[in-house]
Design a protein around this ligand. Structure first.
Ligand code: HEC
Length: 194
C-alpha cells in the first residue's frame, strides 16, 4: 500500500491537542475531595455491631406446639374402612356410630382396640364381623390415641366421656407385653364387662 494518500498519512503527526488534552485540574481536585470525604465518613460513622443487637431467635422459637387433631387422624387412618360417617360398610367394616365398644363406660376399651387391633369374630351392634382391624400402637403417640378416642366418643351421634394422654399411657402400660391383636369377642367381652 503505497498510495500517495497513505504516505501522507504516515508522514503526518496527530493533531497536538488530541493526545495532550488533560483532565481539568478542578475535576481532579473534586474527585480527590470526594474520595477523602467518603473515607472520613466511613471512619467517623463506623459502629461495630455487637451480636447482642442481632436476631437471637433459634429454630425452636418458631415451632408451634401442635396438639393432636382427632378428626384429622381419623380421616387419615380410619376413614378407608369405617367411612366418614362412622357407619362402616355393612357386613365388612363395623360401625363406630353407637357401637358398644366405642361408647363403653370405660374409654380404655376402645383405647385397647386402637392400640392392638382386632382379629376373629367381633359382634358390633348385633352383627358379627370377622375382619382384621390393624393396630396403631407404634403409629400413634398417647396424645394421638386420646385425640382419636375422644373424636369417636363425641361424633357420629356418640356422646360418651372423654379420655386424655395420661390415661392412654396407663392403658398402654397395662398391655405392654401384648404383640398380637385382640381375638374378637373372646378377648374383648371381659374388658367391656369391667
Ligand atoms: C383396614 C381397615 C380398618 C382400618 C384402617 C381401621 N379399622 Fe377399625 N376395624 C376394622 C375391622 C375389620 C374391625 C372388626 C374386626 C373384627 O371383625 O375382628 C374393626 C373394629 C374396630 C373397632 C371395634 C368395633 C366397632 O366398630 O366399634 C373400633 C372401635 C375401631 N375399629 C376403630 C378404628 C379406628 C379408630 C381406626 C383408625 C385409627 C380404625 N378402626 C382403622 C377395620 C379397620
Amino acid at each position: 500500500m503505497t498510495t500517495p494518500q497513505f504516505l501522507q498519512q504516515q508522514r503526518e503527526h496527530p493533531e497536538p491537542e488530541e493526545s495532550g488534552r488533560p483532565v481539568p485540574r478542578l475535576v481532579l481536585i473534586l474527585i480527590g475531595g470526594l474520595l477523602a470525604w467518603a473515607m472520613y465518613y466511613l471512619y467517623a460513622h463506623y459502629t461495630p455491631m455487637p451480636s447482642l443487637v442481632g436476631d437471637n431467635r433459634v429454630a425452636e422459637d418458631f415451632t408451634v406446639a401442635v396438639s393432636a387433631d382427632g378428626a384429622q387422624l381419623y380421616t387419615a387412618n380410619c376413614v378407608a374402612c369405617h367411612q366418614a360417617n362412622g357407619n362402616g360398610l355393612p357386613g365388612v367394616f363395623p360401625p363406630l356410630a353407637n357401637s358398644e365398644w366405642v361408647i363403653a363406660r370405660d374409654p380404655g376399651v376402645v383405647t385397647q382396640i386402637i392400640l392392638h387391633g382386632v382379629e376373629g369374630p367381633l359382634t358390633v351392634a348385633g352383627t358379627t364381623y370377622s375382619g382384621i382391624m390393624p393396630n396403631f400402637r407404634d403409629t400413634f403417640s398417647d396424645a394421638e390415641v386420646a385425640a382419636v378416642v375422644n373424636y369417636l366418643r363425641t361424633h357420629f351421634g356418640n356422646a360418651a366421656t372423654q379420655t386424655d394422654a395420661a390415661h392412654v399411657a396407663q392403658v398402654r402400660a397395662a398391655t405392654e407385653q401384648r404383640s398380637t391383636p385382640w381375638n374378637g369377642d373372646e378377648d374383648l367381652q371381659p374388658l367391656l364387662a369391667q
